[in-house]
Write a protein that binds this ligand. Structure first.
Ligand code: PBG
Length: 323
């Protein structure tokens, strides 16, 4: 026998020597939910994840930073919602306040990404404002995203995550940020975002009231080529980082995206992907730590430079222990 692939698998050191993919804490982003509440509240559908109070949010951001996690991503859960999602653009709203407090606690450079989307803030739960006959109004929504992004930048976000899947959102937000003097604020474009059942637990996390679905703006899970079009359009409009979401059911899209662009590629391991592994582990059906590391490694291997994951801080601890 000339070739014996097993030779390179014979010991832990040998396997380390030839390992092709490595997880790194500084390429993870920790998404967090914040609400104006005295104490954090558990999210039933996401065991181990909470809706943060301001104090626990700040503490968790400091902990993530101390462990070398690359950054945090904030989602606001407002007390009141309306048709326009007005609180999203309010400098005293939940998200802006949380951004200010977090920025004050982690220093000037740490990555704080704000989710720029209306769904947490609208009473109907859609990612944009509606027309008189109840359709999501793409162009009217863009102005809200522009305002929201500027409010978030003013409050301390140095990155904005454009997750709404409105056509033209990247260009409009880029112009608004630049006009307001925030040309350094990075745009993380959710370029290839699918209408996914795996966002289920997130609905509880942000208490979204959506009836129906998002299929008129998020992508059809059956489509692959279409993602390349979305990615191309976002880059033409000035996206700094392009993201694929969800991650694990869309590793082909992560790989395609990596092959087609020269900017960093991110992937978001979403709430349902998190909860599936947690639920199986809680039942003793899989080894939790091994499953988490395998899942995240597969996302890297497919081509993601950056991974958004609710496990970011815990994984950073594990990676530190391994050293
Ligand atoms: C939209 C947004 C969603 C998620 C992140 N940003 C919900 C959606 O598009 O339906 C889902 C994240 C997750 O499921 O973990 N603001």
């Amino acid at each position: 026998m000339i070739e014996r692939p097993r030779r390179l698998r014979q010991s832990s050191v040998m396997r380390s020597l030839v390992r092709e993919t490595h997880l790194r804490a500084d390429a993870l982003i920790l998404p967090m939910f914040v609400r104006d509440i005295p104490e954090p509240v558990a999210i039933n559908a996401m065991p181990g994840v909470v809706q943060h109070s301001f104090a626990s949010l700040v503490h968790a951001a400091q902990e993530a930073k101390a462990l070398g996690v690359g950054g945090v991503m904030l989602f606001g859960v407002p007390a009141d919602r309306d048709a326009m999602g007005s609180e999203a653009c309010d400098a005293d709203g939940i998200l802006a306040r949380a951004l200010r407090e977090t920025r004050a606690a982690v220093g000037p450079d740490y990555i704080i990404c704000a989710d720029v989307c209306l769904d947490e803030f609208t009473e109907h739960g859609h990612c944009g404002v509606l027309t008189a006959d109840g359709r999501v109004d793409n162009d009217a929504t863009l102005a809200h995203y522009a305002d929201m992004a500027v409010v978030c930048a003013q409050a301390g976000a140095n990155m904005v995550g454009l997750s709404g899947m409105m056509d033209g959102q990247v260009g409009v937000v880029r112009n608004a940020l630049d006009d307001a003097g925030y040309d350094d604020v990075v745009i993380l474009a959710y370029s290839a975002k699918y209408a996914s059942a795996f966002y289920g637990p997130f609905r509880e996390a942000v208490q979204s009231r959506l009836d129906g679905d998002r299929r008129t703006y998020q992508q059809d899970p059956a489509n692959r080529r279409e993602s390349m079009r979305e990615v191309r359009l976002d880059l033409e409009q000035g996206a700094d980082i392009v993201m694929v979401k969800p991650a694990l059911p869309y590793l082909d899209i992560v790989a395609d995206t990596r092959a087609s662009v020269d900017v960093p590629v991110a992937a978001y391991v979403v709430s349902g992907e998190y909860s599936m592994i947690e639920a199986a582990a809680a039942n003793g059906w899989i080894n939790r730590r091994a499953a988490i590391l395998e899942a995240l490694t597969s996302v890297k291997r497919a081509g993601a430079d950056i991974i958004c994951t609710y496990w970011a801080t815990e994984v950073a601890k594990w990676l530190k222990e391994q050293q």
